[in-house]
Every structure is written in structure tokens, then in C-alpha cells.
Design a protein around this ligand. Sequence first.
Ligand code: ZN
Length: 464
Amino acid sequence: MNGVKDMFLTFLGATGTVTGSKTLVETSGGAFLVDCGLFQGPREIRSRNWEHFPRDPASVDAIVLTHAHLDHCGYIPALVRDGFTGPIFCTPNTAALAAIVLRDSAKLQEEDANFARRKGFSRHAEPKALYESDDALQAIDQFVEVEFRVDFHPVLGTTARFDPAGHILGSSTLTIDDGTKRVAFSGDLGRDNHPLLLSPASPVDVDAIVIESTYGDREHENVDAELEELSAAITRTIKRGGTVVIPAFAVDRTEVLLKALHDLQDTNRIPKVPIHVDSPMALAAMHVYQSAITDGDPELTSAAIAQGPDIIAPANLFEATTPEQSKKLDLGGARIVISASGMGSGGRVVHHLKAMLPDRDNCVILAGYQGVGTPGRALLDGAQEIKLHGKYVPVNAEIVDVGAFSVHADATELIEWLRGASAPPSRIFVIHGEPDPSATLAGRITRTLGISAVVPETGDRVEI
Ligand SMILES: [Zn+2]
């Protein structure tokens, strides 16, 4: 017991940005975090990962994790190292995917620190990793798996429940009830057209909703038109002998892309060139998806289950597991390379971008959200050169933006999800967006739904 009688929320991340998701919930039974994500993107945002956590991590009783993306789970190992020992509640598929993501994240943090040390381009004399592999393994040990639609208790006297969010495998919306008040979190909200996952569940009768706003001021284009654009870009690049590089989030985006490429090859809309998935994490995640499909997981569409795991494994798929296999891809030639990270800010795709961007025969396809300050956003905005690993690289390759692969609801879909609530909440908190999309969505909610919607700032503590 912590002396708190009512429910309080404190917004510790994903405020004014789409990363670093962290909301502290205090109820009479204790304090827990909903998500504990890493800040990603430009240096001034990433530097927030190094700030002192505003509360003794040992005093946090639990973490409730909505899904396995790094911007929602990537800070957990740091919190564990600094004294957090409580349970981390998540769905079984989130546990499987987050284990892959956290191990990879720790390794990347270690590698980046080593690379910076060797090349001497860090501002710090002795670059340090944010956390290490042992911290990630300890965090994974604290996972407690809870199925969808089953009540659990993050702290005494508070009930919580996960429902499918349709965003990535295992992703959930969350409802918490402390006996006096009920709050729903959208987590990252998917769309109604994910090729593998069921649509997001509607919110139930709650006092307040915390909603994401990644695309709070944008509407996605027609998927068929964008698939046409994708197939046209691939076809003309292959025709001129170029390589197609697709930076892709390792979890889910890769699977959605593979499914699309599989369909496009099957209908002869793109040439049957080799497709390389070059990311150990993406490959590990792909195997989790394949197992879920094989097992007929209830969050998957019946069509995906009926088609079986080959749905995301086209016949000419090559798995690049070793660094040598990865390096060979930079020799060029008619092929498609899918590699992480999705915004070109880290991982093996940075090497591919360095090798491919100077040649006008090649093509980089941007297939997802590109955060401010990332190489992907610079390409999207038409940069003539971009900085990769501390060096400027000329951009001569063709750049194509295909938003069809977004696994985030657009503005209208967010509003429709809220409208689907069994009773309207009295308050809405808009987070997980850059300032303009968040403000636009909040305004639209107030105008069209007549519900008070605010965009909280970092550190704001509100009583529900
Ligand atoms: Zn996400």
C-alpha cells in the first residue's frame, strides 16, 4: 500500500515523441508502469535514456507491457539493472518477441559502444552501453505471461486485462480497474487490414482512455494503390539491374512485407528475384510468427491460419545470418534486401544504405514510420546526402515511400476506435505522437466526439 486512494497517471515518455513509452500508474495497491520503452531518434531524444529515472526503480511494483516493439519495452533492462525486481506482465507472443528484441537491443548497445570506441567518433572518451546482455537476460527472466482476455493483478486490488490491438503479434490494448476507476490504454493501435492479425478490440466502458497518435494528423493511402507503387518500384529497379533495399522494423513489418512480396510474385507483378532477410532479429521474429501460424493462434486471421506458415516465406527467400552473408549483399545486383532497423538508424541496414545510396540504379523503399532526425526521415524529405556512421553519403538512388505497410491506425481509424467504446469516456489523454499529430488528434476528438482530450507533457501527473 502506498497511501494513494485514487488512481494517478504520470506520463514519463512518448510525450511529444513517438518513442520512450512509459506511463506510471499509481493505485492504492502500489505503482506500476504501462510500457517501459526506449527513446529513439535524434540525439536530443535518445539522450533521455541516460537521464536519471524519476523514481527509485525498486519502488516500481510491476511493469505491464503492451507489445514487443523497442520503443515500448527497450528501457526495461536499464530499470532492472537499477533495481526493478517485479513481474513484467505481457501476452505469451509478446514475451517471445520481446525476448528477441531485448537481447538484440543489448547486443546493439554493446556493439555501438565498441564501434564508437574503435572509430573514435563518440563525444565520450569511453563510450558506454546503455545496458548489457546480462541486464536483458535478467529482464526476460521477470516476464509473466498472461493470455488475452484473462484478468490479472499488476498490484494488489487492481485488475488488468489485455485485448488484441492488431498492431503486431502479441500486441494488446489494456484495461485497468482499481475498484474505483477504470482506464484503457490503446497501446499501439493496429488497423482493420493487417494481413495476418485480427482487428483491434474496441474499448469497453472506462473513465479515461490513453491513446496513441503516431498518425494523428494523417490518413493512410489506399493499400492497393500503394502495392501498385511497390511493385512498380521493384520492377523498374530490377530491370535496370539495381538492388532494392527496404529498411524494415524487424518485428512485424518484415512479416507483412514478406506476405506482400509473396503475393506479388505469385501474381507475376514483380520478377522472382532473390529476397534476402538480413537481420538475425527479423529472422528470429519470423520464426515466432511461423510458429504462431502453425499453432493457429487465436489473434491471427482464419485466412492466415488456413494458408499456413509459408504465407510469409516466399520460395526464393534467403536468410542472411552471418556478417559475411550480409556483406556479400552490398556487391549489388538484382535482388531485394529487407534489413533492420526500419528508420535506418542502426543495425545492418546502415551498411546497405552506405553501399547502395550512391548508385542511381538502386532503390530504397521506405515502408513505415520515419521518425524525426532519422536517416529514413531525411531520405523521405529528399536529402541530397545523409550522415551514416559519422560520414556523409550522397543520395543518388531512387527513394520510394510506401505507407501501405503501416501497422498504426491513421487519424480516422483512431477516432473510429474511440467511437467504438461501449460508453464514451469522460477524458482522453493523447500520447505517442510528435507535437503536431498529437495536438491535431486531440482537437479532432474534442470537436467530433465532444470528449475532453489533452496532450500531456513529460512528468505530468493526473488524477483519474
Ligand atoms: Zn509498436
